[in-house]
Design a protein around this ligand. Structure first.
Ligand code: GLU
Length: 428
């Protein structure tokens, strides 16, 4: 395993600086965009079920709102750091810009492990988070959404707390809500499906028939599960899935060289994406070390878990067969890995393009909330497919015409759009 530690904020700034140099971005715009505009560091006191009180640390970081209200998820994670949230808030700005939706970038997080909290404690934590931030969020200012280990129920508690404080309904204040409570059909599938819409287009561009391809996936949370479902539906074969086991506090790779039945795998996972090991073995899956997902002899790697998983050290294990890396997670690849990936001639669908389906559907959710009129699922997914497909082609065409690495091409489009908004507003 790689011993070097990576700070995602340094990675996000390094990626930004490289492209800012390439496009000759002026210094004031560069200074503005390489850091978040606003940061809120909060403490959240929570009454625990046993009668004691516990104070959790939380953050909301708004990177940029020149193109529209800041937008981005809230993560619950025991190893959350402020720098991770800073990086993720920057990536949200680029994500919304590359798919051309009128939103900016933000991210939030609470240092906690929801797997060890009761539902009532989680509810009090969600409400406490909103009580601290209600003045600096809202439909026209900053709109949160689910992310790592947060779900529709958490969003609904947060919306309810916000509406109680404001004294009026404001469903557009948060997205990823349950369907029937202001949520959009298709939002649960949106990020994973978006990943596969971009993969489908990439394979067409590379002249590879999706039905002949195999994939190995890291993670089996919401993004990975729905990506695996659609990939399989389009004829691809998933042979390995790696995910965290909360009992053993380590990850495992579950493998079937003939292809994993995704529906069956989904039926034996818990709500945090951990798979029941015994049931997996009963299904005929081999149990390998967690890191083995990257070493599989497959055409496509889908890192759909956390940051810093593809590093020069883990790349040493990668098979020569791999043709595409499809970044479902945010920041899964460290900047020092990009040169190695280029040298291996692997096609990368960069994270903030690849996983933009979630926020795109969040935007559709806001639009539907504003109209108070909700679209059928097919309509949502069709609009999502159109957005993702056209964003992929815009990035791919730029990368072909200017001979740019896909990540750099996505950055060029996103940074130019945000820089333009900043200039039009007269900020710089
Ligand atoms: N958390 C998701 C992301 O990282 C979705 C954000 C949103 O819907 O606002 O893109």
């Amino acid at each position: 395993m790689d011993q070097k530690t990576y700070n995602p904020y340094v990675s996000a700034q390094t990626q930004f600086d490289n492209v800012a140099d390439q496009i000759g971005l002026d210094n004031p715009t560069r200074d503005l965009l390489r850091e978040p505009s606003r940061e809120f560091h909060i403490t959240i006191p929570v009454k625990m079920d046993d009668g004691t009180a516990k104070v959790f640390k939380g953050y909301r970081i708004q990177h940029n709102d020149a193109r529209g209200p800041a937008k981005g998820g809230i993560r619950f994670h025991p190893q959350e750091t402020v720098d991770t949230i800073r990086a993720l808030s920057m990536w949200m700005t680029w994500k919304c810009a590359v798919v051309d939706i009128p939103l900016g970038g933000a991210k939030g997080g609470i240092i906690c492990d929801p797997r060890t909290l009761s539902m009532a404690e989680q509810e009090r934590l969600c409400r406490g988070y909103v009580r601290q931030l209600a003045k600096v969020m809202g439909p026209n200012f900053d709109v949160p959404a689910p992310d790592v280990m947060t779900n529709a129920q958490h969003m609904l508690w947060m919306m309810d707390e916000y509406e109680t404080i404001q004294g009026s309904h404001a469903p557009g204040t948060i997205t990823g809500k349950p369907v029937g409570m202001g949520g959009s059909l298709g939002r649960t599938e949106a990020t994973g499906y978006g990943v596969i819409y971009t993969l489908r287009e990439a394979l067409k561009a590379l002249n590879i028939d999706i039905t002949s391809t195999s994939a190995s996936i890291q993670g089996f949370g919401n993004v990975a599960e729905h990506a695996a479902r659609l990939f399989t539906k389009l004829g691809g074969t998933v042979i390995a899935v790696s995910c965290w086991d909360n009992e053993d506090k380590k990850s495992y790779t579950y493998r079937n060289l003939n292809g994993i039945d995704i529906e069956k795998l989904a039926s034996i996972k818990n709500s945090f994406g951990s798979i029941d090991k015994q049931k997996a073995m009963d299904l005929g899956l081999e149990l390998l070390d967690g890191d083995e997902w990257i070493a599989q002899d497959v055409d496509i790697l889908l890192p759909c878990a956390l940051e810093n998983q593809i590093t020069p050290a883990t790349l040493e294990k990668i098979s020569d067969k791999v043709k595409v890396i499809c970044e479902g997670a945010n920041g899964p690849t460290t900047p020092d890995s990009d040169e190695i990936i280029k040298a291996k001639n692997i096609f990368v669908i960069p994270d903030f393009l690849c996983n933009a389906g979630g926020v795109t559907c969040s935007y559709f959710e806001q639009v539907q909330c504003n109209m108070n009129y909700f679209w059928p699922k097919e309509e949502v997914l069709e609009k999502l497919d159109q957005k993702m497909t056209s964003a992929f082609h815009a990035v791919h065409e730029l990368s072909q015409s200017k001979n740019l690495y896909m990540r750099d091409a996505a950055y060029v489009i996103a940074i130019n759009r945000v820089a333009e908004a900043v200039k039009l507003r007269g900020w710089i």
